[in-house]
Design a binder for this molecule. Structure first.
Ligand SMILES: Cc1cc2nc3c(=O)[nH]c(=O)nc-3n(C[C@H](O)[C@H](O)[C@H](O)COP(=O)(O)O)c2cc1C
Length: 378
């Protein structure tokens, strides 16, 4: 696929290959989608300093995230229903990330289970936890992640109440999709996707079904999710989760410096500056615009990661310049997966790697870890 040069190219192909309901689920933000758009657009406002006549040989993108060596500081973000973008999507994306040398984060709301992903990977992956009212189920999820040797728990803080994404309501999103006339017509045009899904047993939320009480039947799952996310979650809860988990803890969904300072007090290992890809509080700041103030406020008291709107290697470098030690991509890898399966996830990572490498050189740097505020024109 030599004509695929950018993440936008992968998006175009995914649009053609993934049923509308699931493509839209990825390509949507809350309400007016203003924060979703700002996440991408605000990167364009940041400019690099171009430097010349600097030795640019022997460049390296290697770094660390929470002490783990990474081929480049770009992890795969936790995304729900990934196994609906492509059959066995979480397993394929985890394998692509492992081979590439970057972390993969499995969502609580995944199609493939923790155990499914563990069965096809050799290195530890990260697990993202949503806190539900059913505390026994939450404890069990933590224990299952431990048993699968996950090396970090990513606790998501910004989705105790679901932001409304109009497209999902209009499309009647469900996994597996309901066989309405519109869905049948749409899926019939995507035979490759259909054959994949027909050929796997993994078509529903396998972390949940069969594990959480009262969820034997998928059709009850949508309402179950709405009822089950715990709206009373507070800073005090981080302590028992941290204690039960006992390993590296990352707090995801921080967009305000006061909250970042609270996060430091919990003793967590890292925070992710994130607005959930613009899917929750429409009208919130873009992640990249919130990053610098937060990174400055916490200093080196906690590792700072960011996600939201990264569509190129240049975007990754801008985030690093503004204080992130690591970044995550959500939609870029989902588009790769929907377009071309595992190969597409690898291609998304390769596109970003190449863009990072060339940009690094043209900024006059050899090590990605050397990128800082002085590399930006302001
Ligand atoms: C389709 C989709 C599903 C998502 N599901 C989850 C999830 O289950 N848990 C979570 O913590 N974040 C979830 N997110 C948010 C991502 O982890 C991440 O914050 C966001 O995608 C980053 O923005 P980007 O897609 O512009 O890279 C989801 C994002 C998308 C696009």
């Amino acid at each position: 696929m030599s004509d695929i040069l950018t993440i936008a190219d992968l998006k175009d192909l995914a649009r053609r290959r993934v049923p509308k309901m699931f493509f839209d689920y990825a390509d949507s933000g809350a309400w007016t989608e203003s924060t979703y758009r700002a996440n991408e657009e605000d990167f364009q406002k940041i400019k690099f300093r171009q430097r010349v006549l600097v030795d640019m040989s022997n460049r390296s993108l290697e770094s660390t995230m929470i002490g783990e060596k990474v081929a480049m500081p770009v992890a795969l973000a936790p995304t729900g229903l990934t196994g609906m973008q492509h059959a066995d999507g979480e397993m394929l994306a985890a394998q692509a990330a492992e081979e590439f040398g970057v972390p993969f984060t499995l969502s609580t709301m995944s199609i493939c289970s923790i155990e499914d992903v563990a069965s096809v990977t050799k290195k530890p992956f990260w697990f993202q936890l949503y806190v539900l009212r059913d505390k026994d189920f939450v404890l069990d999820l933590i224990d299952r992640a431990k048993a699968a040797k996950c090396s970090a728990l990513v606790l998501t803080l910004d989705l105790q109440i679901l932001g409304q994404r109009h497209k999902d309501v209009r499309n009647g999103l469900s996994a597996p999709p309901k066989m309405t006339l519109a869905n049948i017509a749409n899926i019939a045009m995507r035979p490759r996707w259909l054959m994949g899904i027909a050929g796997t047993k993994r078509r529903t939320f396998r972390n949940i079904v069969g594990h959480a009480k009262g969820v034997g039947d998928v059709s009850s799952l949508g309402s179950w999710t709405n009822e089950q996310f715990d709206p009373q979650l507070s800073w005090n809860d981080v302590a028992w989760i941290k204690e039960r988990w006992g390993g590296k803890l990352i707090l995801k969904g921080i967009l305000d410096k006061e909250d970042a300072l609270m996060a430091v007090k919990t003793g967590a290992d890292a925070i992710v500056v994130s607005n959930h890809g613009g899917r929750q509080l429409d009208g919130a700041s873009s992640s990249i615009m919130a990053l610098e103030e937060i990174a400055d406020a916490v200093g080196d008291k906690i590792e700072v990661h960011m996600d939201g709107g990264i569509r190129s290697g240049q975007d990754v470098l801008k985030a690093l310049c503004l204080g992130a030690k690591g970044t995550y991509i959500g939609r870029p890898f989902l588009y790769g997966l929907g377009a071309m399966g595992k190969e597409g996830v690898t291609l998304a990572l390769e596109i970003i790697r190449k863009e990072m490498d060339i940009t690094l050189a043209l900024c006059g740097k050899r090590l990605v870890t050397d990128m800082g505020k002085d590399q930006l024109r302001r």
